[in-house]
Design a protein around this ligand. Structure first.
Ligand code: TMP
Length: 262
């Protein structure tokens, strides 16, 4: 398989063409942005960790029947994924109120929601990814009712699965954002989960201390982002525990030893 030209560059990832039909390469950069690109930094090793964490979560989701774009990891920063036509909506699922929800509606930070709250944002950087109603999606034909019904079922299953997976490693899944795309399969369009699921796109709190283990460390200047992402990877069992050597906390990303996944 050959890597072709750059097809798309986003804030944290780049998509490259390949010579294989319907497959592209997703490359994870070290760039971190927040507040609609107003705050920017390069955080050494973030892309490597997100590549692994997203692979792990998407592989687990495919094992419970959630179809997604992940095909295989190619190297430290790249994975082979199915080429999709991304639906221009950011789907947000919330279990605990924080972030923009608390600011927008004055809800107390940390309020546990009685049931998962689904929110929709238009994926448009120039407009600052505005919150929209489901009706906007239908009126402006960003997706059909059938597609949204399917996606909502999927969102709740992803949420249930991830709550349990993180709960098992003493992490609370506070909220997350996912994206879906249309994949051409034998002439038919199939809706599949795409993009990434990582501490860049989820809010993860330690179950006991409520220490933030996600991109809020960057957004809110809390520091030690790499250490937090490594902690998540270690708890998920995808980073080797190495006895009697430098604690993972102090290891450089390129010297990390990951477990074989396949
Ligand atoms: P919010 O509280 O800032 O709206 O974020 C909700 C969730 O969505 C949180 O897990 C972070 C994630 N998110 C992204 O992945 N990308 C984005 O551009 C934004 C605004 C949020």
């Amino acid at each position: 398989m050959k890597k072709g030209k750059k097809l798309y560059e986003g804030k944290a990832k780049v998509i490259f063409a390949t010579n294989v039909k319907n497959l592209v390469i997703q490359h994870f950069k070290d760039d971190a942005t927040a507040f609609n690109n107003k705050k920017k930094a390069k955080i050494n090793g973030k892309g490597v960790l997100n590549n692994r964490i997203s692979e792990h979560i998407l592989l687990n989701l495919s094992q419970i029947g959630i179809k997604n774009h992940f095909v295989k990891r190619l190297n430290m920063r790249e994975q082979l994924v199915k080429l999709v036509d991304i639906i221009p909506i950011e789907f947000i699922v919330r279990n605990i109120a924080t972030g923009s929800l608390t600011k927008r509606l004055g809800i107390e930070d940390g309020t546990v929601l009685d049931e998962p709250l689904l929110e929709y944002c238009l994926k448009d950087d120039k407009l600052g990814d505005p919150l929209i109603a489901k009706e906007h999606i239908y009126v402006f034909k960003w997706a059909t009712k059938k597609e949204i019904d399917k996606i909502e079922k999927c969102l709740l299953r992803i949420n249930d699965f991830m709550i349990g997976m993180f709960r098992g490693i003493n992490i609370k899944l506070v909220d997350f954002k996912v994206e879906f795309g249309r994949y051409k399969n034998n002439g038919k369009n199939e809706i599949i989960l795409a993009d990434e699921i990582s501490p860049d796109t989820c809010r993860l709190w330690d179950a006991k201390s409520e220490k933030k283990l996600d991109k809020d460390r960057f957004r809110n200047n809390l520091g030690n982002l790499i250490e937090a992402y490594q902690d998540v990877a270690r708890r998920l069992g995808i980073l080797y525990e190495q006895a009697n050597i430098t604690p993972i906390k102090y290891m450089k990303p390129h010297s990390l030893k990951f477990k074989k996944t396949k």
